[in-house]
Design a protein around this ligand. Sequence first.
Ligand SMILES: Cc1ncc(COP(=O)(O)O)c(C=O)c1O
Length: 391
Amino acid sequence: MVTSNPILDAMGGNPLAGMQDLANERRAGDGPVFDFAVGDPDEPTPEPIRRALLDAVGPVSRYPTAAGQPALRGAVADWFARRHGVTLDPATQVVPSAGSKEAVFHLPLALVDPTGDRRHVLWGDPGYPIYGRGAQLAGGISDPVTLTHDGGWRLDLTAIETDRLARACMVWVNHPHNPTGATADLGYYREQLAVCREHDLLLASDECYQEVWFDRPPPSALEATDGDHAGVLAFVSLSKRSGMTGYRSGAIAGDAALIARLKRLRPYVGTASPDFVQAAAIAAWRDQDHVDERRAVFAAKRDIVLGFLTRAGIEVSGSQATFYVWFRAPGGDDEAYARALLDVGIIASPGRAFGPGGHGWLRLALVPTEEGCRAAVAAWQAAIDADLLPR
Ligand SMILES: Cc1ncc(COP(=O)(O)O)c(C=O)c1O
């Protein structure tokens, strides 16, 4: 009998698998489907980025390095300087990743001492489940902190008991936030960093939605360090910024000692991006115009959906940035509301899919086109008028 990893076995399957099957049936059926479930919009990758990739495919293919091409690290550092006013040494404070998911997952492997007494990893629930999974599979303990509407869906370390902090080695924060779309200002990062420094915690900031904003550009945690990035890492990605989910390209930036540790770990992992992907990434980080154009597309879709929810008297929370809209389930049960929406062809994610803290809320990913969003809200309104949805 082949052995298995008990940590993996204990993770179990998707608790909403039944709901997903129904959604898949609906997708495969004949009727109109408005799919707001998966955070992977249809907008194309800009042509110059695709071209940069194709131009870089040479006759010989070599192993890429985990440290990445100096030009890519330079492009990331330049972007941090332009966008955030943050200074980074591309040689020591930046390392590319194959998207942020693997980088988020692998970080605890470089940090967690599986037999030590500080092996808890704090993260916000509802949230991106990989923070907890990465901690567990590295031999650490996932320690989710419940986020709330009243708390602005922000993980607040100043409100956490000292002994809980003493068991932790790191905390994940994520703004703009998946699934709620909540943002955080610079004061928030300063407060959290002060707690992290007092209690020797790494502040790991997942900033993959940094460029999808509507009112004002959200800050990076690295802006709160006043130039001394010790104990802080920011995780950025081209997936959402540049419509490059399929390319798998991002970067980790910040504390030079931690970046050095990641450069020791990551060659073992084998996630270095192919050189032609790195070439496309350089083109993407250097250009801002396509990012502004994408933001305008999401803004138009968001206006349609937010306008409808407000007119329908459905409470919206968070939703200041990202391409997610987060709303309270009429009737209180997010799964029941998602099932009822499914019956009228609208696929939304029940909040509980992102952890127990999401109970009672739902997430819409602004994936359909503007026209699709308009048709979806018309179908939704018709279902409300026909009394087909919980109130
Ligand atoms: C909060 C959050 N972090 C990280 C990721 C991973 O993104 P990628 O690996 O495409 O950069 C996602 C993807 O949806 C996400 O929602």
